[in-house]
Structures are given as structure tokens and as C-alpha cells.
Design a protein around this ligand. Sequence first.
Ligand SMILES: *[C@@H]1O[C@H](CO)[C@@H](O)[C@H](O)[C@H]1NC(C)=O
Ligand SMILES: *[C@@H]1O[C@H](CO)[C@@H](O)[C@H](O)[C@H]1NC(C)=O
Ligand SMILES: *[C@@H]1O[C@H](CO)[C@@H](O)[C@H](O)[C@H]1NC(C)=O
Ligand SMILES: *[C@@H]1O[C@H](CO)[C@@H](O)[C@H](O)[C@H]1NC(C)=O
Ligand SMILES: *[C@@H]1O[C@H](CO)[C@@H](O)[C@H](O)[C@H]1NC(C)=O
Length: 311
Amino acid sequence: MRKVYRKLVFLFIFFILCVFFFHIKWPIKLFSLANSQNSVTHEHRRAIMKSFCEQNNLTNSFFVLNKKVAAQLYVEHSHKFIYCEVPKVGCSNWKRIILLLNESLGLTVNKLEKYDVHLSPFLIKFSSYPPSIQTQLLASYTKVMVTRHPLERVVSAYRDKFLHKNNPYYSTTIANIIKRRVRKNKNFTENITFEEFARYIVLQNPQYADTHWKPMYLLCDPCKIHYDIIGKLETIKQDADFVLKAIGAPKNLSYTNKKFHSNEARTNDQIGRHYLETLPPSLFRQLMKVYSVDFTMFEYINTLNPMLSNK
Ligand SMILES: *[C@@H]1O[C@H](CO)[C@@H](O)[C@H](O)[C@H]1NC(C)=O
Ligand SMILES: *[C@@H]1O[C@H](CO)[C@@H](O)[C@H](O)[C@H]1NC(C)=O
Ligand SMILES: *[C@@H]1O[C@H](CO)[C@@H](O)[C@H](O)[C@H]1NC(C)=O
Ligand SMILES: *[C@@H]1O[C@H](CO)[C@@H](O)[C@H](O)[C@H]1NC(C)=O
Ligand SMILES: *[C@@H]1O[C@H](CO)[C@@H](O)[C@H](O)[C@H]1NC(C)=O
């Protein structure tokens, strides 16, 4: 009897040690379980953000909203909806929804098909209101932001802006700035590589980074703006439904996950890893550091880490 008891104690200690050494595995499981319960998930995401802000003294009692943050926000009055735009995270789809929500515009999904929503004069910018109105809007409207795996977003920005020639501002102007800054041989004919792009990002002050690769927490400042819903691109179908329900959108309105370069594969885990594997380990670590707040605040487990991936 004593022997059996001892064995049990031994097994128990072994189990605890296993959990201790492989503890990273546990939150992943818990998190994917939570995903099946929408409102629980959203409560959880908000709680994580709130405690992060408090622990790092980022929650200011006085309200001064950065002008750049105000410029990311769009307002839809008929459903009391405020959306923070995070480029490379399905923002055109959300802008389309904002336009469809305003019934007096008489727009339809078909009419918007061939329309560049980013140029729409009907999107109402939060920054167009004086501070006193801004405070009122933030206090009474449903505020939403949507996030994505930080490094997958960087890869997506690289593919979209530097591997296509349809936007010369990036493929020429910004590309030349990057080449001047990081290219060792001064041959400017070759396209910028993902490694050069990563080197440029880590040299930059993230506050002044382009919105397509600026860290998400700097774009939307979730410590000042208490978002009601944090969506994730990884679970966008459920999250978008949750948002639409929360703001009382018409039943026939749904989120469509459209892509600009529709003939190409969307940047996913596998494509992300392919690019990240081209980075030397030290550069990879520096890049991780730039987005470390995004990783923690929005709970992204580092699934794209090529050093951790077991091939
Ligand atoms: C936050 O502020 C408190 C009190 O002022 C201080 O003790 C603490 O060290 C600060 N934490 C950080 C991360 O700056
Ligand atoms: C609908 O859009 C028009 C044009 O931008 C705007 O004047 C109007 O206030 C919007 N309506 C609502 C309810 O937001
Ligand atoms: C640069 O990228 C463009 C677009 O992907 C491609 O057409 C072109 O061949 C590339 N140029 C070089 C020198 O690799
Ligand atoms: C620059 O790179 C291109 C493409 O690799 C090559 O054809 C060209 O000879 C290079 N120019 C110089 C000055 O090295
Ligand atoms: C939803 O239905 C209403 C009324 O039937 C219609 O006016 C509107 O265009 C529809 N919206 C969409 C996005 O199909």
C-alpha cells in the first residue's frame, strides 16, 4: 500500500513538472476553447487589455486623444458605431459595412463592388468633431477595433506594398527610402527584400511608422479608448457577426472577407513563416520586440516563430 502511495506521489510531481515545463501549451488550449463562446471571449480580451494598460501605467485619467489616433477612427451615427481602422486587417470590408449601414446613402453591395471605399466622401471621420463632441461619442457609441497576428500583418504589408507596382508611392518612393537606409551595395535596381523591409522597421521609431506597419496599439490606443469589442482577423466570421449584432445592423448585412489582389493567396500562417524564415535570428528578435506590446495586449502566441517551429 505504501509503495502504491509513493508511486502516486511521484507521478503527481512528474505531472506538475511537465505542466511547468510545457506551460506554454496550456493557454493555447484554454484560448481556443474560449473562442466557441463569443461573449466570454470578448470579455476576456477586454480584461487582458485593461490589466496590461494598468500594469504599465498607460491608463491616463485625463483625456487627450492623439491626433493621429483620432484620424484612424470612423463614425456611423445611425448605429452608434465607431471603428478604428487598422490597415492590413480587413479595413476596406469594414468601411464598406459603414457605408451600407447609412441607409440614406442608398448604397448596395453591388454598387460598392467596383468602388474604392478608401476614397469615399461619405465616410465620417471622428477627427472632424471638436474634442467635446469626441468625448460624448466615445462615451455612448460602440467602439470596435480588429487585430491580426502582428508579424503576419508585416508580411502582408510587404507583399501588398512592395511586390506590386500598382501603388508607386510604396513601390518606388518608400522603396527608395528603404534602400537608401539599409541597402549595403548601392545597387538600386533590385526590389527590396523582406529582410531589408524588416531592417528598416526595426530602425524606425514605431510612433512615426507608416500606418500599414505601425504597431496596432499605437494606431488605436486601446488604453485611452475603451473598445467594447476587439475582433481578430483569425476569427473574423464570428467576431464580425458579434459586432453586427451588437450595433443592431440589419439582418441581411454581412461581413464579406474580400481581398484586393483577389487572384493571390491571402497572407496566412504558412506564407508568413516562409518570409520570416529569411530573417537572421537577431533581426527576427528585434522585429518581435517592435511588436511585443501587440503580442501581449492582443494575446498572439508566437506561432510564426521560425526558431520554434518544428519542421
Ligand atoms: C506604475 O506606477 C506605479 C505608481 O506610480 C509604480 O510603482 C510602478 O512602478 C509603475 N509601473 C511601471 C511599469 O512603470
Ligand atoms: C449618412 O451619410 C451622409 C453623407 O455622408 C451624412 O450626411 C449623414 O449624416 C449620414 N447619416 C447618418 C445617420 O450617419
Ligand atoms: C520586382 O517586382 C516586380 C513585381 O513583383 C517584378 O515584376 C519585377 O520583375 C521585380 N524586379 C526585380 C529586379 O526582381
Ligand atoms: C544591379 O543589379 C542588377 C540585377 O541583379 C544587375 O543586372 C546589375 O548589373 C547591377 N548593377 C550594378 C551596377 O552592379
Ligand atoms: C437589406 O434589406 C433592405 C430592405 O429590404 C434593403 O433596402 C437593403 O438594401 C438590404 N441590404 C443589403 C446589404 O442587402
